[in-house]
Design a protein around this ligand. Structure first.
Ligand code: FAD
Ligand code: NAD
Length: 405
């Protein structure tokens, strides 16, 4: 008898959790499980701001996928997904095709540039290992070049960060620690460096606890960050950015480094494959399947789940992607075993912690506000927990963060 074939696209938080749960829950004779990912490694997306600033080496944020999957139970295919043909139940890869009986789409997000001119061409993103490595190298190159040039270009030492959401703020926290190191290494006067955060909303971290926001702003200003609040990036050019404040006021900021950290959308494969989506995110059923396609589950940043209490989508987070992966693995196990009843996904939001560099953070955990060292320890506990859920204590020991005290 032919056994069903489950194909998981993406080995990020959602996809990898699905795979390791399935390898525990299903016997080899029950289903064929295939995991597809662009690279042969998984990276911790939630640590990329550190690799981008250069405070953590990029090899620390990634590990081999085959080190955490059981190859007798899960077949790993390295490949780039181009499109999903849901009518023919087929995935088109750059280097081939794969058929499926059940599909899990967990391809993560991409930067949302809102059609702003020049961003795609001239701004850096904090998106994956490659983009983080490129950004770190670019910043370091500006410092290395500054003193060599006869005519000093101060814009070499100007870094603009677009967006004061969690990604922007966490990156600024790391930069705040990295800049003094770079100044020392390359004999650059700290006072020549400018780090400017441009945020369109009237506040940093819109929607977050105002007391914690004030704490974060004070810490970052202390580290030299300038905030331009209520100011939107309108264009990015090879020389810097054009911003607007209010109706008519526009201004140019010259900067050799512009980092776009002002939002994400679902993976472009979603729209290319003809799924009905809002900014690349598919509104899934409570059991995480796609309406009209009972054999396709979508999780993580490609999925959209409404928070009924406020009638708005939950923000895309690793916390949600991991929990969705656990539910999908249970639901696939039920389907393979011929059960019709599936579990609904109910997010269990434990809190949010935002780092402000290696030893400082802000957060709300189980309704309790945290700042400083305590919040920073909590952040590392959360980081280690995601490793534990995938690879147990062994992976935590290999890749975990222990610089807690
Ligand atoms: P991802 O974990 O991003 O994984 C997607 C995978 O798909 C990757 O392995 C990628 O290589 C692969 N892939 C992509 N396209 C293709 C393709 N075409 N073909 C094959 N493979 C492909 N959330 C939190 O809850 N807490 C945090 O502290 C937190 N911090 C963050 C910090 C930063 C700097 C950033 C950028 C995000 C942070 N987030 C955080 C959000 C969180 O990282 C995402 O919501 C989460 O990674 C989404 O998980 P996912 O499984 O959908 O995708
Ligand atoms: P976001 O959408 O949360 O924040 C983007 C920010 O950019 C917003 O404050 C927005 O007002 C601003 N912005 C948009 N357009 C702009 C423009 N033209 N000019 C200036 N500012 C502009 O995006 P994010 O910070 O990348 O976060 C993405 C997701 O990842 C969120 O769901 C977030 O919760 C999650 N995340 C969580 C953590 C954490 O829990 N520690 C860390 C990073 C990211």
């Amino acid at each position: 008898m032919r056994i069903p074939k489950i194909v998981i696209l993406g080995a990020g938080y959602g996809g990898l959790i699905t795979a390791v749960r399935l390898q525990k829950q299903l016997g080899v004779n029950e289903a064929e499980v295939v995991l597809v990912n662009k690279n042969d490694y998984h990276y911790e997306t939630t640590w990329l701001h550190e690799a981008s600033a250069g405070t953590l080496h990029h090899d620390r944020v990634r590990y081999d996928i085959t080190s955490v999957i059981d190859r007798h139970k899960v077949d790993f295919v390295q490949g780039t997904v181009m499109e999903i043909n849901k009518e023919e139940k087929k995935v088109v890869l750059e280097n081939g095709e794969i058929n499926y009986d059940y599909l899990v789409v967990a391809l993560g997000g991409e930067p949302e540039t809102f059609g702003i001119k020049g961003l795609k061409e001239f701004a850096f993103g904090i998106t994956n290992v490659n983009s983080s490595r490129q950004l770190r190298e670019h910043i370091e190159y500006q410092f290395a070049t500054y003193n060599i040039e006869e005519e000093k270009k101060d814009e070499r030492l100007t870094i603009v960060v677009g967006g004061a959401g969690f990604t922007g703020i966490e990156f600024l926290g790391e930069l705040g620690n990295r800049i003094p190191e770079l100044c020392q290494e390359y004999d650059v006067d700290f006072n020549k460096v400018r780090v400017i955060c441009v945020e369109a909303a009237p506040t940093v971290l819109p929607g977050f606890d105002p007391e914690l926001v004030d704490y974060a702003v004070a810490v970052l200003e202390q580290k030299g960050v300038e905030f331009m609040i209520g100011t939107a990036i309108k264009e990015c050019t090879p020389e810097g950015i054009i911003v607007s404040k209010g109706e008519n006021e526009t201004m140019e900021i010259k900067a050799e480094t512009v980092v776009w950290a002002a939002g994400i959308r679902g993976n472009s494969v979603i729209e290319k494959s003809g799924f009905e989506a809002m900014r690349g995110r598919v509104k899934v059923q409570p059991d995480l399947r796609v309406p009209g396609f009972e054999d396709v589950f979508i999780i993580g940043d490609c999925s959209l789940v409404i928070n009924e209490e406020i009638n708005r989508p939950y923000p895309p987070t690793a916390q949600i992607a991991i929990q969705q992966g656990e539910v999908v693995a249970k639901n696939l196990t039920a389907l393979v075993r011929g059960k019709a009843e599936l579990e609904n996904f109910v997010p269990d939001i434990k809190g949010t912690v935002c780092s402000l560099g290696e030893d400082d953070a802000i957060g709300v955990v189980y309704g309790k506000k945290l700042t400083g060292g305590k919040a920073s320890i909590m952040k590392k506990v959360i980081d280690n927990r995601s490793l534990y859920l995938v690879g147990g204590a062994g992976l935590v020991l290999k890749k975990g963060k222990f610089n807690i005290l």
